[in-house]
Design a protein around this ligand. Structure first.
Ligand code: XBP
Ligand code: MG
Length: 230
């Protein structure tokens, strides 16, 4: 591969450790506030991550716990709106942090003048404040699940980034953490570097060019240096 033209980052589980102590906590607080008995423990939430998108995850949960499809949809919509507000509060409180190694990687990419973008299935209302707070203005194009409702593993968010930026797919690399994310990136024609986390370590990441256990893994650091040097 020749020198990279751009790097596109996933957010949840990749740039930040957001699922277990961020989204999960926000979903549970929304359940409690609404007077619902539902709660997602750490293990249950890991299983539910197979369904991307918080609103879809809620709807699928409510159906699986005996609500009718229309009641499940209604509850999901109501709960997801409140969960999004609570997630914003957790972000303001500094409860969602970058994964180890992320700051160094983006510093190196910036120093090498490689444009960085974001493709996430998360909701813009919390994605924007999170990126501002934790990273500052590093990402040029940010595509979220709010504008692209066809969620990963659909390649739609990555295709939208390519469309908006004009980056050639074969010189653009995605950084992902999950099986659904790798499928989305590869489906859009990008290469993908996968850095799994405790929730995704057993996912099928076989479509990735490189699989590592963290963004601070020396193999990942070396891979990016090799593909960004002129
Ligand atoms: C992340 C998601 C998101 C978050 C919750 O997947 O599926 O839905 O879990 O955020 P990926 P919202 O990392 O593959 O983008 O509640 O805003 O959907
Ligand atoms: Mg992810």
């Amino acid at each position: 591969m020749t020198r990279l033209t751009a790097v596109v980052f996933d957010v949840d589980g990749t740039l930040v450790d957001s699922e277990r102590d961020g989204h999960r906590v926000a979903f549970n607080a929304a359940f409690a506030e609404a007077g619902l008995p539902d709660r997602w423990d750490v293990t249950t939430y890991g299983r539910l991550l197979a369904v991307t998108g918080g609103a879809r995850r809620l709807a699928s949960w409510f159906e699986s716990t005996g609500r009718t499809p229309s009641e499940a949809r209604r509850l999901a919509e109501q709960l997801h709106a409140r969960k999004t507000q609570i997630m914003r509060e957790l972000i303001e409180d500094g409860r969602v942090q970058a994964r180890p190694g992320v700051h160094r990687l983006i510093d190196e990419l910036e120093a090498a003048a490689i444009p960085m973008h974001v493709a996430t299935t998360g909701t813009r209302a919390w994605v924007e404040p999170l990126l501002d707070r934790v990273f500052g203005p590093r990402f040029q194009t940010v595509v979220t699940g709010t504008e692209v409702p066809e969620l990963k593993p659909s390649p739609a968010a990555y295709l939208e980034v390519l469309h908006r930026t004009g980056c050639p797919a074969d010189r653009t690399v995605a950084v992902e953490d999950s099986g659904n994310g790798v499928k989305a990136a590869v489906g859009a024609g990008l290469r993908c570097v996968a850095a799994y986390n405790p929730y995704t370590r057993d996912d099928d990441l076989s479509g990735a060019t490189l699989v590592v256990g963290g963004l601070d893994d020396p193999a990942l650091v070396t891979w990016f240096r090799r593909h960004t040097s002129s």
